[in-house]
Write a protein that binds this ligand. Structure first.
Ligand code: SIN
Length: 481
């Protein structure tokens, strides 16, 4: 018997699987210790699994949307019943504080509940005819067998945001989780099967080497749709590979989010919004504020207040009481953040707080505020993926918009202002898929999540997220009169 909550979560959620002697090691980013060894799948096995999913999809699609929805609701209830155990798995394999992991589980579950309902509303339409004796209509049908590739930073929510709409639409789906975080995905799969999802219809396939699997997903003609969340360079490779069979793709890729504070903003609210946006998951989200653009007249006040607020954040392993900033995911993530900060300081930026690794050692990094950042610095252009707030200043609205849009990325942007005219002008001018206005968090199952430019294609969540897994079929019926 053990009293370790992570062990207990593994026993309860993954007990039937061998997670002790597989060939894919999973480590705890807080300590670097291996916490599990998961079975990894080979390409031939994955090909067979795709075959099974492709055979099973017809019977799944033939059920009513209501029946599929009822199974998804059971899955939602099971996920929420195991919220704490799932959160322990999330923290153990991805490092985020347990309180954040609890929120991630309910955020992830919300996609299951939402699409359980939304599947029943996949309406077609009748269109006023263009000719006497003809009728024009559309129906929506499941796209078929799908594949998905998910990242390590949200090991629950990025799985459910893809799997729930696929299942609700009547598709089958084979999903490769991030190599670092297979445990949460396997636990979700187990709960889905317990809820009544046929095991061939939803399959998680951990692997050791991801690149050949992406290629397999794109070259196998049975896969009709690939949904990927991850980096822009990998998204571009997949898009090229998907051209072979003209496989439908949804891509949720990198960002370089500006967080703009105008001189009419509520500065205290902007500071709170910055904390929510920048420090969620230690800054390891695609949507988090990456560049702070502060209007000259309020720059010092904002920097001082932000520094004072961040100074109190507790850097600690995610399971430690009161932890607010967990570790970075691995050595590579840590060294990327260190290098960006060091090169910014060498080029003239000033660390008002942090600017170095944390005394906790390992991959922990101090929450950092860098003032005097300029647009030519790497830190203003790279996706930082760490708890670092680089601050730049601007003179007026036009300059803020010009700097904000001067990037190949277009995922999320945030701004704080109170003048109503400015709010509309800036919202319309920012070339981003999602805009947070006087708020630092935009994510919700009810809203369309996705980017423009090199941040991706398609939308997840909301009613639009279901369409990504459906084909629109147009039918013309003649000979009516
Ligand atoms: C991401 O970082 O890719 C997802 C963040 C979110 O859903 O809020």
């Amino acid at each position: 018997m053990t009293d370790d909550p992570v062990e207990i979560a593994m026993q309860n959620l993954l007990g039937a699987l061998d997670v002790a002697s597989g060939d894919l090691p999973v480590d705890d980013p807080s300590t670097g210790e291996i916490i599990a060894r998961v079975r990894a799948y080979g390409l031939d096995e994955i090909s067979q699994i795709i075959g099974g999913a492709d055979d099973a999809r017809h019977a799944w699609a033939a059920r009513t949307a209501k029946e599929r929805g009822a199974i998804l609701i059971k899955w939602f209830n099971l996920v929420m019943a195991h919220q704490s155990e799932l959160a322990h798995l999330v923290t153990a394999e991805c490092g985020k504080p347990l309180t954040e992991a609890m929120v991630e589980v309910s955020y992830g579950a919300a996609f299951i509940e939402w699409f359980a309902e939304e599947g029943k509303r996949a309406y077609g339409e009748t269109i006023p005819s263009f000719a006497v004796g003809k009728r024009v209509l559309t129906i929506k049908q499941p796209v078929g067998t799908c594949a998905a590739i998910t990242p390590w930073n949200f090991p629950i929510a990025m799985v459910t945001r893809k799997v729930a709409p696929a299942l609700a639409a009547g598709c089958s789906i084979v999903l490769k989780p991030a190599e670092a975080t297979p445990l949460s995905a396997l636990a979700l799969e187990k709960l889905a099967i317990e809820a009544g999802v046929p095991k061939e219809v939803f399959k998680i396939i951990p692997v050791i080497d991801p690149a050949p699997v992406g290629e397999l997903f794109c070259s196998d003609e049975r896969i009709r749709k690939l949904s990927f969340t991850g980096s822009t360079p990998v998204g571009k490779i997949l898009m090229r590979q998907a051209a072979k069979n003209v496989t439908k793709v949804s891509l949720e890729l990198g960002g370089n989010a500006p967080f703009i504070v105008f001189d009419d903003a509520d500065i205290d609210a902007a500071v709170e919004g910055s904390i929510a946006s920048k420090f969620r998951n230690a800054g390891q989200t695609c949507v988090c504020a990456n560049r702070f653009l502060i209007q000259e007249g309020v720059a010092e006040e904002f920097t001082e207040k932000l520094t004072a607020r961040i100074d109190g954040l507790k850097v600690a392993p995610g399971l430690e009481q009161g932890a607010e900033i967990g570790p970075l995911i691995n050595d590579a993530g840590h060294s990327k953040v260190s290098t960006l900060v060091e090169s910014a300081i060498a080029a003239g930026a000033v660390a008002r707080l942090g600017g170095r690794s944390s005394d906790r050692g390992g991959n922990f990094y101090e929450p950092t505020v860098l003032a005097g950042v300029t647009r030519d610095m790497d830190i203003a252009n790279a996706e930082i993926f760490g708890p670092v707030a680089p601050i730049m200043t601007f003179a007026d609205e036009k300059e803020a918009i010009r700097i904000a849009n001067d990037t190949p990325f277009g995922l999320a942007a945030y701004f704080y202002a109170r003048d109503l005219g400015r709010v509309w002008r800036v919202m319309e001018a920012l070339e981003y898929g999602m805009i947070g206005i006087n708020d630092g968090i935009v994510s919700s199952e009810v809203a369309p999540f996705g980017g423009i430019k090199q941040s991706g294609l398609g939308r997840e969540g909301s009613k639009h997220g279901l369409d990504e897994y459906m084909e629109l079929k147009y039918a013309l019926i003649g000979g009516i009169s």
